[in-house]
Design a protein around this ligand. Structure first.
Ligand code: CP
Length: 302
């Protein structure tokens, strides 16, 4: 069976847990020739370091081949070719398409016109489901489980697609959410409604201070400059939070600081050596999780 991954809600709780188990096996044994003879296209209409390179590492470790572009200005979309035509063409060349696009809904549209599975590598401020799976993997690995955790999400909760996907996935595991953001970047109502509908508790704050002392996971995010239509608004909030090592002194021993990266100023470099900093390992986990997702959508594992 072949199945696109566009939104984290495309997968059931059971599927998510199975994928995390597969990721663990790939971490133990990353080099497996499961993609021999397969071609994977990575189409990145927006910049990326981790997502594209970890997908490509995953394909290489699985013995597959890669085509694609990391800069849409080198593709014929710059001559006016539609997304539909681009996807139909690439479907002729590749067995799987991994796509990042600035428009919300672009990945869903691509999955509808493609004749091969599509994995959403981020569509605007909407969803980033493989980031969510690697976040879940990182949380499970560091906490030993996913249930009943105190999850603090900090920063740009309005435009940050990673917090939107993560909130929906954590909905399976009875979390308590704490949203820390300036008023301009609050968690959108649709996601708070998602929590309300499922009886998931959440609290909203403006300040990043000792309110983090009850956190199990502190999920920091960058203010998403590229999503602002008015850069004056961005200037007002761009440095709103900066986590410093000292601020972790009285936090729980099991606390781990996560960040999808790239970071700008929201985590001071003095945090990097703290044993509670987990963001670089988190990014490494992306390779194993993406190996699991690629082989799953191609029907090579179940
Ligand atoms: N986490 C993430 O999506 O990073 P990149 O933008 O570097 O891919």
């Amino acid at each position: 069976m072949q199945k696109s991954l566009v939104s984290i809600t495309d997968y059931s709780k059971d599927e998510i847990l199975r994928l995390l188990q597969h990721a663990e096996k790939f971490e133990q044994n990353p080099n497996q020739p499961l993609l021999e003879g397969k071609v994977v296209a990575t189409l990145f209409f927006e910049p990326s370091t981790r997502t594209r390179l970890s997908f490509e590492t995953a394909v290489n470790r699985l013995g597959g081949r890669i085509i694609g572009f990391s800069d849409a200005s080198t593709s014929s979309s710059s001559k006016g070719e539609t997304l539909k035509d681009t996807i139909k063409m690439v479907s002729n060349y590749a067995d799987l398409i991994v796509m990042r696009h600035p428009l919300e809904g672009a990945a869903r549209y691509a999955s509808e016109v493609a004749s091969v599975p599509v994995i959403n590598a981020g569509d605007g401020a909407n969803q980033h489901p493989t980031q969510t799976l690697l976040d879940l993997y990182s949380i499970q690995k560091t906490q030993g489980h996913l249930d009943h955790l105190n999850i603090f999400m900090v920063g740009d909760l309005k435009y940050g697609r990673t917090v939107h996907s993560l909130l929906m996935a954590m909905g399976h595991f009875n979390p308590r959410f704490h949203f820390i953001s300036p008023d301009e970047l609050k968690m959108p109502n649709e996601y708070k409604q998602f929590c309300d509908d499922r009886g998931i508790a959440y609290t909203e704050y403006n300040e990043l201070n000792d309110n983090i002392n009850t956190a199990d996971i502190l999920y920091m995010t960058r203010v998403q400059r590229e999503r602002f239509t008015d850069l004056m608004e961005y200037e007002k909030v761009k440095n709103v939070y900066s986590l410093k090592n000292k601020m972790l002194d009285n936090t729980r021993p099991n606390l781990r600081v996560l960040h999808p990266l790239p970071r700008v100023t929201e985590i001071d470099e003095d945090v990097d050596t703290n044993e509670k900093a987990y963001y670089f390992q988190q990014a490494l986990n992306g390779v194993f999780v993406r190996q699991a997702v690629i082989t799953y959508v191609l029907g090579l594992i179940s």
